[in-house]
Ligand binder design. Structure first.
Ligand SMILES: *Cc1c(COP(=O)(O)O)cnc(C)c1O
Length: 455
């Protein structure tokens, strides 16, 4: 494409000036980075003109493809009005309209929206709201949180504290506040070889015991409903969200659903909580909210929580929290256009069939491969775990970074997927075409074969 001079210059600047997230930079600086210049529907295009199918939706946030005309148009139209004006002491048109549109599609009862900029900040807001709520009610002992093992809620300090990762948190343990852990059903299945039903029973019993024992000190239980994404796609059995929600209600503990990854259709329903007919007390959304265009997140609350914060100014019950770009109008305008696409294309009616096709095809074409241990899927959220010996369940040497090898092979073949340990992660845009979805599966299968047959 005659752009290799440009590539070399950009690569040098990247290697000289950048520090990438979750990246060993020594390794990065020894490699040729894939430098994206453009997007086109489900595809990313690098500076050399190579096209890649975006099999992880740009880290789980792109819902409708890149350069969607409706979203582009909404963004341009909003820039003709105003790019940003504060939400502190002022309001603005797209922020108001988006709040009304979102609460209309939320699980019933979540009537209030607090905007922020990322999934992590939406979680911070939920945690701070929960703690303040109990103080305002005079139950000042309720300051602690419970969470699931291997849960992920973002990388700010509060979100990390209610998250749980031996690897990621190693250096920052001293900065975190303690939280109670409950082993999720998948961990019981995995570690103790239990069936799904037995594992569910054990996990629910543990949650009931933990929450019951600590209820006077617990502000809230936070969880990723239906699928723990960053753990490597750990699914929950049907009814698990409902069971945890009920345990919280029975013990007067708030239930926070972190739907940053699962929300906006990723599990086959608009919200993962819908599978169990659950309304959380607080719910965090992010990632897909702007269709993957701009950083926006939101924390939803019930009227019951909201009303506890009401009073005369001098009572100082206000929620003293905000960010400079809280509710940025450009973000809100794009998010509104995204909700229009959900409606106009009736996505939640059409996408589940694609998800079922993906599930059946993965079972037939990929689970049958000799080095694929299991496939964990809810909707489009998919993890495919690789093992050295399937019969004996023997893992690959972690130093091989087998999933990463498959990721690099897939990229050479024009598909972007991601590794999480030995698990390959896939989460395509909701609007991916049938032909593109078939390509995604074919390339992933061929890449797994290519790498595992050589290792
Ligand atoms: C990605 C994610 C977050 C953090 O969102 P950021 O926008 O990266 O801060 C929080 N919770 C869950 C479940 C996530 O998947």
């Amino acid at each position: 494409m005659g752009s290799s001079d440009r590539y070399d210059t950009l690569k040098r600047m990247d290697h000289t000036h950048l520090w990438h997230p979750f990246t060993q930079m020594q390794e990065w600086m020894g490699e040729d980075p894939c430098i994206i210049a453009e997007g086109d529907g489900s595809y990313l295009i690098d500076v050399n003109g190579n096209r890649y199918l975006d099999g992880v939706s740009s880290l789980w946030c792109n819902l409708f493809g890149h350069r969607r005309p409706e979203l582009d148009e909404a963004l341009k139209a909003q820039t003709d009005r105003i790019a940003h004006s504060t939400f502190l002491g002022l309001s603005h048109v797209p922020g108001i309209e988006l709040a009304a549109r979102l609460t209309a599609v939320m699980p019933p009862g979540l009537t209030r929206v607090f905007y922020s900029d990322s999934g992590a900040t939406a979680v911070e807001v939920a945690l701070k709201l929960a703690v303040q709520y109990w103080q305002l009610l005079g139950q000042t002992e309720r300051t602690q949180f419970a969470r699931l093992e291997e849960s992920y809620h973002g990388d700010t300090v509060g979100a990390m504290s209610v998250g749980y990762s031996e690897l990621f948190h190693h250096y920052h343990r001293t900065m975190l506040f303690p939280a109670l852990s409950v082993k999720p059903p998948y961990a019981y299945q995995r570690e103790q070889g239990l069936t799904e039903a037995e594992a569910m029973e054990r996990s629910v019993a543990e949650a009931r015991a933990t929450v019951g024992r600590e209820k006077d000190r617990l502000a809230a239980f936070i969880m990723e409903p239906v699928m723990q994404g960053a753990a490597g796609m750990w699914p929950q059995p049907a009814g698990y969200v409902r069971a945890i929600r009920d345990i919280c209600a029975d013990n007067g503990v708030l239930f926070i659903a972190d739907e940053v990854a699962t929300g906006f259709g990723h599990t086959g329903r608009m919200w993962a909580c819908e599978h169990d007919g659950v309304t959380p007390d607080l719910m965090c959304v992010g990632k897909g909210i702007t269709g993957g265009y701009l950083p926006l997140a939101a924390t939803f609350a019930t009227e019951q929580i909201f009303s506890a914060f009401l009073g005369e100014y001098g009572e100082f019950k206000s929620f003293f929290h905000g960010h400079t770009y809280t509710g940025n109008p450009l973000c809100c305008a794009v998010a509104l256009a995204g909700l229009d696409i959900f409606e106009r294309e009736a996505l939640m009616e059409t996408v589940p069939a694609k998800m079922t096709w993906l599930e059946q095809t993965l079972q037939a074409d990929i689970l049958s491969l000799p080095h694929v241990r299991e496939i964990r899927q809810r909707g489009f959220m998919t993890g495919m775990e690789l093992v050295k010996d399937k019969a004996r369940g023997e893992r690959y040497d972690p130093g091989l970074r087998i999933a990463n090898q498959v990721v690099l092979e897939a990229r050479r073949r024009g598909v972007i997927v991601r590794p999480l340990g030995d698990t390959l992660i896939m989460l395509p845009p909701l609007t991916i075409s049938d032909a593109e979805l078939a390509t995604l599966v074919d390339v992933v299968r061929d890449s797994i074969r290519h790498v595992t047959e050589a290792s």
